[in-house]
Write a protein of this length. Structure first.
Length: 217
């Protein structure tokens, strides 16, 4: 089992240019199910466990991952991941045992240079940044108009520590205009806006579903 830090900025946005998805450097089809571990008695979050199948060019692999929350020096929340490979039989048994809903999605990966990070009203130019754009599929296989955009920032934090030590924290505002999908009406997943919170809940309610068929344990 490997141990991997994971700190991400997460946004939701409408895809303004679907043809831009074709410019991704890679893509994969994922089916993912997550169990949220109940909070501790004092309300502290304990993390979550997920299983995921990932299909790339006809080859499918399966993985289980424990995600443990961890405070980050730059942003409010991050986690440490403990992924392990599993078999398809275990994947199906896990889904049957936990009985949770999951999502099907296509993940498109983009790499952009000279991305602008806004912090305290100042623009900071970052090195190459990796964007993971998830386009979700409903039970009929229709693609979502909205997408989820994740930006892993562990590399960004290392870059800031070396080149901008004066920056100890930053907000979650990153310009997304470099993405060829032309994101519209983007907003952070970490929001206090009630309308945005309702939109996020509605999005997950629409695209989360039970598996159509799970093999017997």
């Amino acid at each position: 089992m490997s141990k991997q830090p994971e700190t991400e900025l997460c946004f939701y946005a409408r895809i303004g240019n679907p043809a831009g998805l074709e410019q991704a450097v890679s893509q994969e089809v994922q089916s993912q199910f997550t169990y949220n571990i109940p909070d501790s008695e004092d309300g502290k979050k304990r993390g979550r466990i997920r299983v995921r199948s990932t299909a790339i060019n006809g080859d499918t692999k399966y993985e289980e991952c424990l995600k443990v929350p961890q405070e980050s020096g730059f942003v409010i929340e991050g986690c440490v991941e403990y992924p392990i490979p599993i078999t398809k039989d275990y994947f199906d048994a896990w889904i049957a045992a936990y009985g949770v809903k999951g999502v099907d999605k296509i993940r498109y990966v983009f790499l952009s240079k000279e991305v602008i990070l806004q912090t305290d009203g100042v623009d900071v130019t970052l090195p190459e940044v990796k964007y993971e754009v998830d386009v979700f599929l409903d039970e009929q296989g229709n693609r979502s108009i909205w997408c989820k955009i994740d930006i892993e920032i562990d590399g960004i934090m290392a870059y800031l520590s070396e080149h901008h030590p004066e920056i100890t924290r930053f907000d979650t505002t990153v310009k997304l205009s470099s993405l060829p999908i032309n994101p519209e009406d983007a907003f952070s997943a970490v929001t206090e806006d009630e309308e945005q919170k309702a939109a996020i809940k509605s999005f997950w309610d629409k695209f989360s579903h039970y598996p159509k068929k799970v093999e017997a344990m």
